[in-house]
Write a protein that binds this ligand. Structure first.
Ligand SMILES: [Fe+2]
Ligand SMILES: [Fe+2]
Length: 140
């Protein structure tokens, strides 16, 4: 399965966001590990639930930083976050209904993993560049 590894290449240049992404990846990896070890549907759903919860926490924080910074691309960013919230909710529901099938397990490792990485590198990184360009200091 495709665990993710946080490296400096994933840094968006905002410490709070980087730290949250590290946590996010750890939750993602926990779900991937549970699936790879075939720990059972209940266990996998519990780990996916932690990932869903942390995703909400992180998105809310990130959206707050962006709003405070008057980030002009916030509406598009919000839409991307909502897309992932919906996708995650669908995935959890599918696991609940179908159990840890091969295609569902693969969807976590590939589709979801790619989504997280791409979002950090291509979408969150744009906010990091904006914050840097405008000298915005993110307050906790
Ligand atoms: Fe984001
Ligand atoms: Fe993010």
């Amino acid at each position: 399965m495709n665990r993710l590894q946080w490296t400096d290449a994933l840094s968006v240049g905002v410490e709070q966001i980087d730290n949250q992404h590290k946590q996010w990846i750890a939750h993602f990896n926990a779900a991937v590990d549970a699936i790879a070890a075939q720990l059972g549907t209940d266990h996998i759903i519990k780990d996916l639930g932690f990932l869903v919860d942390y995703t909400s926490t992180h998105f809310a924080a990130e959206e707050g930083y962006m709003a405070a910074a008057k980030y002009p691309a916030l509406p598009e960013h919000l839409a991307k976050h909502q897309e992932l919230r919906d996708t995650l909710a669908d995935l959890v529901r599918d696991f609940e209904e179908e159990g840890a099938t091969e295609p569902l397990s693969a969807a976590v490792g590939t589709f979801l993993g790619n989504w997280l990485t791409t979002h950090i590198l291509e979408v969150d990184a744009k906010f990091g560049a904006y914050a840097k360009e405008h000298g915005i200091v993110i307050a906790d």
